[in-house]
Design a protein around this ligand. Structure first.
Ligand SMILES: Cc1cc2nc3c(=O)[nH]c(=O)nc-3n(C[C@H](O)[C@H](O)[C@H](O)COP(=O)(O)O)c2cc1C
Length: 163
């Protein structure tokens, strides 16, 4: 199926809800569809356990299996891609997602929830994972959430989607 350049999907991975809330608000604002990037094996809720697991997965360049069925992404021309910073880049499940399909010709607009390290190496890592996509400027969402940063999010969407 040919992708429609104007069709937007908000795809996100979230562990504790910050990215999910941002993705939902963006989805409502754009009237876009949402897709949660979920893994078959769920991450522990306990903070130190998930931090340890994430570190190990990053060190071994692991690709967790996804529970999400992603065939539908083919019809979208633009993917807004939300994730938390995990050790300075996206969680490995995001790379499983990006590598699962040829994203040639699609636009990707990444945003990253974090507690201070900003986008880290996520944008370069995303570009390497899908070299045939056009990765637009990323947005860092710092702290506890979308409420205080909505103005910046909306400006970023308007600038990059030419709304
Ligand atoms: C495994 C793990 C690693 C993290 N690594 C970083 C980091 O490197 N830099 C940072 O600023 N925040 C880091 N954080 C904090 C999260 O990025 C931040 O709390 C984010 O808002 C969580 O998004 P979520 O609620 O959608 O999961 C980390 C959190 C976890 C659980």
């Amino acid at each position: 199926m040919a992708a429609d350049a104007n069709r937007i999907l908000v795809a996100y991975f979230s562990h504790s809800g910050t990215t999910r809330r941002a993705a939902e608000r963006i989805g409502t604002f754009l009237k876009a569809d949402l897709l949660e990037i979920a893994t078959v094996d769920r991450y522990p809720q306990e903070y130190s356990a998930v931090v340890e697991q994430a570190k190990k997965e990053q060190r071994s360049n692991f690709r967790p299996r996804l529970a999400t069925r992603i065939g539908a992404i083919e019809k979208y021309g633009t993917l807004i891609l939300g994730f938390p910073s995990w050790w300075g880049t996206a969680p490995m499940a995001v790379f499983t997602f990006l590598e699962a399909r040829d994203l040639a010709g699609k636009k990707i607009l990444p945003f990253c929830a974090n507690e201070g390290s900003g986008l880290g190496s996520s944008i370069g890592d995303i570009k390497r994972a899908c070299p045939r996509a056009t990765v637009l400027p990323g947005l860092s969402i710092r702290g506890s959430g979308i409420a205080s940063s909505w103005g910046a999010v909306e400006a970023w969407l308007r600038a990059n989607l030419k709304l």
